[in-house]
Design a protein around this ligand. Structure first.
Ligand SMILES: [Zn+2]
Ligand SMILES: [Zn+2]
Length: 125
């Protein structure tokens, strides 16, 4: 990374996720998401209170926090790359743009019950 820092920095979590695309003869375009987040980052941690789906971080009724522990890998990237929520391009949720490599933002959609991603908009002034 030799580019000068943009005037508007993405949040650390957003900057940690990038997508890169390849295409080859007879295949669909393939987007592969990569995570560089540090151990203990939100995207690598999972509930130790027994949630087997997306953790609400606290008990909805009592407000008791659900402790989170690092799982050794990014949970969002693993799911996006293995098709847990469909093909990675189907999980795109952003403005109409040319498909390109770059930093992305990933968010949980309770409506879709899936992680959706969009490009991080970097405003350079
Ligand atoms: Zn939980
Ligand atoms: Zn991650």
């Amino acid at each position: 990374m030799t580019d000068p820092a943009p005037a508007s920095q993405p949040t650390p979590t957003e900057a940690d996720h990038t997508i890169a695309w390849t295409i080859e003869t007879g295949d669909f375009p393939r987007g592969v998401v990569t995570c560089r987040a540090a151990v203990g980052a939100d995207c690598r941690t999972w509930c130790t209170a027994g949630c087997d789906e997306h953790c609400p971080l606290e008990d909805p009724e009592t407000g008791e926090p659900h402790p989170q522990a690092d799982t050794g890998a990014c949970l969002m990237v693993a799911g996006l790359n293995t098709g847990t929520w469909g093909r990675v391009e189907e999980s795109y949720d952003g403005d109409k743009v040319t498909v390109h490599d770059g930093p992305i933002s990933i968010r949980w959609s309770a409506f879709d019950e899936a992680y959706l991603w969009s490009y991080v908009t970097q405003v350079v002034q």
